[in-house]
Design a protein around this ligand. Structure first.
Ligand code: C2O
Length: 555
C-alpha cells in the first residue's frame, strides 16, 4: 500500500478516538413539587420534581444544551455558577443582567461549551429567592483518559448543603423588604435535602447516609447551595483531604473541617480508615459578626459496610458559630495546584487597580417599620436591577438602561472597618465598570463596618480569579501588596471577604460581555450588594460576544 494511503487510513481510523467532545442534552422542567421529607408538605419550586435538582454531568470540552421549561407562576432563569461562558454570556442566566426571565409557560435553551474547566460547580435559579429550592450539582469530568491529579477514588458522591424555610421563601423576603428589616433566618440546614436525624426539624427519616467500605477512598463533591449561610462541614473521626475548589485543583491538604460559602464547592477525599461503625457528618453555620443566623446543624452519617444501623454513632462537635480561627486556617491553607499541566496564570502586571467597599448600611425610609431600611452597596452604589436585560442593551446599543461609570474607588475615603457609622448615605444606580478586552484587573474588596462588619462571599460571573491577598482592617495600598502571593494563590469564582477585612483578587478580562458580581448571601444581593463589569469585544477572532440565540426570552 502507498504510504500516503496508509497514513490517511490511520488518521481516519483513529479519528473517533480523538473526537472527545460531545453534545449533551438536558431538559429541566421547572415544576411545583411536594417536599414531604422536610418539615412541611407545602409544595416547593423544583427542577423535574427533585430536591436537590438533577445533576448535570459533562466532560471538559462538551457542548451542553439545557432546555428549561417554566411550568410555575414565577419568572425563572438558571445560572451555571462558575461555568466561564466564554463568548456565550447569553447562557449565563442572571435575570435582567444577561437575559430577560423565562416567563410562565415559556422556555429557553441554555447553550454553552465547557472550556478549560473540570471539577464540581453548581447550577441554581438566578431570580428572586428561588434558588433556595432550585439548585443542583454540575460535575465536569476531565477529558477522556485524563486522570485526576490525585489517587483515583473508589467512588464519588455529591454532597449538597442547603437551607430550608418552613414558610414560602418569596413571602419571607417580600415581607422583609416591605418592613425594611432583615428577613427571618431559615428553619434548618440540609445535607442532600435532609435536615438529618438529630435535627428538631425532621420528619420520620434518617437523613443522608454515605455507605463506605473499610479501607476505600471516596471523593466528596461538596456544594454550598444555601441562600444566606456559610457552612462548616465535618465528618467525625475522619480527616478530609482537599483536592479542588470551584472546579480548580488545589495542592492537597488534610483538615478536619472545611468552610464552604454559598456558591462555593470543595472536593475532598475521605478514606474509610477508622473502625467499622457509624460516624456523624455535620454542616453548621459560620458567622463571626453579631448577626442572626439559623444555628441548627444539619447531620448525615458515614456508615461502614457491615455495621448495624443500630450501632453506636461516633459524634464530634461542630465548630462554634463564631470560630474565626477555624475559618481562617482553612482559607489560609488553600493553594492552587500550579503544576505543569494545571498552571496558575496569575496576572503579574495590573492594568486596572480597583478598590470596592462592600457592606451594609441604613437609608431613611418613612414608610418602613423603623423609619429606615437596611441597604447594601458597593462603593456606596446600591445596584438597581433594570427592567430589561443589560447584555441585550449593550449588544443592541439601547441607551438608558445602564451607565458605565461605576466608581473605581470609594467616593469618600474613611476608616472602613473601624469606629462608628460615618458614611451611611448610599446612592442607587445601574452602573457598570467597563474593561477593555484582555485587560488585567486587581480588585480589592474591602468590608465596611457601618452597621457591623460581616463576611461577604463575593461571586464574579464569567471568570475565575486569583485570591492574591487578604488581611484584617483597612487595605493599605503601600504595605499590603508586599505580602501578596503571586505564585500559587487559590483560583476560584467566589471568595469570602473577611469580617472587618479585605481580599485582593486578580483576573484577566478575557471574556467579552456583561458579568454580574455580587455577594452570594442572597439577602445582601436583594439589598443591593451587586454590580456588573462590561468587558468590551477584542479585535481578534473568538474575542467577541456571539450573537444572541433566537429563543432568547424577551421582557
Ligand atoms: Cu451563584 Cu450570581 O450566582
Amino acid at each position: 500500500m502507498e504510504s500516503w494511503i496508509r497514513a490517511v487510513l490511520l488518521v481516519a481510523c483513529t479519528l473517533p478516538l480523538l473526537v472527545d467532545a460531545t453534545t449533551r442534552h438536558y431538559k429541566f422542567n421547572v415544576v411545583m413539587s411536594n417536599a414531604t421529607r422536610l418539615c412541611s408538605t407545602k409544595p416547593i419550586v423544583t427542577v423535574n420534581g427533585q430536591f436537590p435538582g438533577p445533576t448535570l454531568y459533562a466532560r471538559e470540552g462538551d457542548n451542553v444544551l439545557v432546555k428549561v421549561v417554566n411550568h410555575v407562576k414565577y419568572n425563572v432563569t438558571i445560572h451555571w455558577h462558575g461555568v466561564r461562558q466564554l463568548q456565550t454570556g447569553w447562557a449565563d442566566g442572571p435575570a435582567y443582567i444577561t437575559q430577560c426571565p423565562i416567563q410562565p409557560g415559556q422556555n429557553y435553551v441554555y447553550n454553552f461549551t465547557i472550556k478549560g474547566q473540570r471539577g464540581t460547580l453548581l447550577w441554581h435559579a438566578h431570580i428572586l429567592w428561588l434558588r433556595a429550592t432550585v439548585h443542583g450539582a454540575i460535575v465536569i469530568l476531565p477529558k477522556p483518559s485524563v486522570p485526576y491529579p490525585f489517587p483515583a477514588p473508589h467512588k464519588e458522591e455529591i454532597v449538597i448543603l442547603g437551607e430550608w424555610w418552613i414558610s414560602d421563601t418569596e413571602a419571607v423576603i417580600n415581607q422583609a423588604m416591605k418592613a425594611g428589616l432583615p428577613p427571618n433566618v431559615s428553619d434548618a440546614h440540609t445535607i442532600n435535602g435532609h435536615p438529618g436525624p438529630m435535627s428538631t426539624c425532621a420528619t420520620s427519616q434518617d437523613g443522608f447516609k454515605l455507605q463506605v467500605d473499610s479501607g476505600k477512598t471516596y471523593l466528596l463533591r461538596i456544594i454550598n447551595a444555601a441562600l444566606n449561610e456559610e457552612l462548616f462541614f465535618k465528618v467525625a473521626g475522619h480527616k478530609l483531604t482537599v483536592v479542588e475548589v470551584d472546579a480548580v485543583y488545589t495542592k492537597p491538604f488534610k483538615t478536619d473541617t472545611i468552610l464552604v460559602a454559598p456558591g462555593q464547592t470543595t472536593n475532598v477525599l475521605l478514606t474509610a480508615d477508622q473502625g467499622a461503625g457509624r460516624y456523624l457528618v455535620t454542616a453548621s453555620p459560620f458567622m463571626d459578626s453579631p448577626i442572626a443566623v439559623d444555628n441548627k446543624t444539619a447531620t448525615a452519617t458515614v456508615h461502614y459496610t457491615n455495621t448495624l444501623s443500630t450501632s453506636a454513632l461516633t459524634t464530634a462537635k461542630p465548630p462554634a458559630q463564631n470560630a474565626t480561627p477555624v475559618a481562617t486556617s482553612f482559607v489560609d491553607s488553600l493553594r492552587s495546584l500550579n503544576s505543569r499541566t494545571y498552571p496558575a496564570r496569575v496576572p503579574l502586571q495590573v492594568d486596572r487597580s480597583l478598590l470596592f467597599t462592600v457592606g451594609i448600611g441604613v437609608n431613611p425610609c418613612p414608610a418602613c417599620a423603623n423609619g429606615s431600611r437596611v441597604v447594601a452597596d458597593i462603593n456606596n452604589v446600591s445596584f438597581v436591577m433594570p427592567t430589561t436585560a443589560i447584555l441585550q442593551a449593550h449588544y443592541f446599543n439601547v441607551s438608558g438602561v445602564f451607565t458605565d461609570d461605576f466608581p473605581a474607588n470609594p467616593p469618600v475615603a474613611f476608616n472602613y472597618t473601624g469606629g462608628g457609622p460615618k458614611n451611611l448615605q448610599t446612592m442607587t444606580g445601574t452602573r457598570l465598570y467597563r474593561l477593555p478586552y484582555n485587560s488585567t484587573v486587581q480588585l480589592v474588596l474591602q468590608d465596611t463596618g457601618i452597621i457591623a462588619p460581616e463576611n461577604h462571599p463575593v461571586h464574579l460571573h464569567g471568570f475565575n480569579f486569583f485570591a492574591v491577598g487578604r488581611g484584617l482592617g483597612n487595605y493599605n495600598p503601600k504595605t499590603s501588596p508586599s505580602k501578596f502571593n503571586l505564585v500559587d494563590p487559590i483560583e476560584r469564582n467566589t471568595i469570602g471577604v473577611p469580617s472587618g477585612g479585605w481580599t485582593a483578587i486578580r483576573f484577566t478580562a478575557d471574556n467579552p460581555g456583561v458579568w454580574f458580581m455580587h455577594c452570594h448571601l442572597e439577602v445582601h444581593t436583594t439589598w443591593g450588594l451587586k454590580m456588573a463589569f462590561l468587558v468590551d469585544d477584542g479585535k481578534g477572532p473568538n474575542e467577541s460576544l456571539l450573537p444572541p440565540p433566537i429563543d432568547l426570552p424577551t421582557c
